[in-house]
Design a protein around this ligand. Sequence first.
Ligand code: UDP
Length: 248
Amino acid sequence: MERVKFLNVKIDNCSMDEALEYACTLVEKKQNAFVVTPNVDHLVLLEKNEPLRKAYDQADLILADGMPIIWFSKLFKTPIKEKISGSDFLPKLCAVAAKKQYKMFFLGAAKGVAELAAKKLMACYSGLQVVGCYSPSIGFEKKEEEMEMIDSLLKEAKPDILVVALGCPKQEILICENRNRWNIPLSLGVGASLDFVAGCVKRAPKWMSRMGMEWFYRVLQEPRRMFGRYFIRDSRFIALLWKYRKQK
Ligand code: UDP
């Protein structure tokens, strides 16, 4: 798969179908691989977050999540062919998992959300096996007891695919730091995707997403939390475009 450099990341230049096919190859290989889905916010965080940088450097499949990445990749003459957001990738991966009998485990999201999402996905894709769900407490990654509990849940459930819904950078760092211990063929961070599937958070309509306005819809839904992320933190994306303008 062709990997192109765009600003401060490398992105796999693939279509949705190619990404799904490669994800299956990674499951079959059983080498504790993981998927990341960079968007503008991730790129901004990557500049200063060393553990996130490390996770990105080790990721096996890197998918462009967001229209701004597609637009600017064209402007920078490193065109990426398709936007593949985690929220679009997850249901398609579930469909493939149902067919191939890959077992899935959902880690993250608020209490009850992962279970509800699992129920909806299993109703949608016949044969899909979500073999476990767990919603960790706040700060769980620093609690030895809870981490041990997660270890044993995963060991017992033996999933082929681990879906981690904790937001960036937590999910990417957690996967990267624990993947060899957990020994799960494929893991991926999906942010708020389980909330979308469960119906707890509404996703932007398709036309808005195509226009690259999905972020704005999220600001309207959760103004307090999202304002800081998109209007303050992510305004640094402009500086990033300037910094990397002469790349290649
Ligand atoms: N979350 C969680 N535990 C945490 C932090 C976040 O379960 O310690 C969940 C949260 O409930 C939500 C998801 O992580 O379901 C991430 O949401 P966010 O909106 O940050 O994700 P993104 O914008 O990356 O899609």
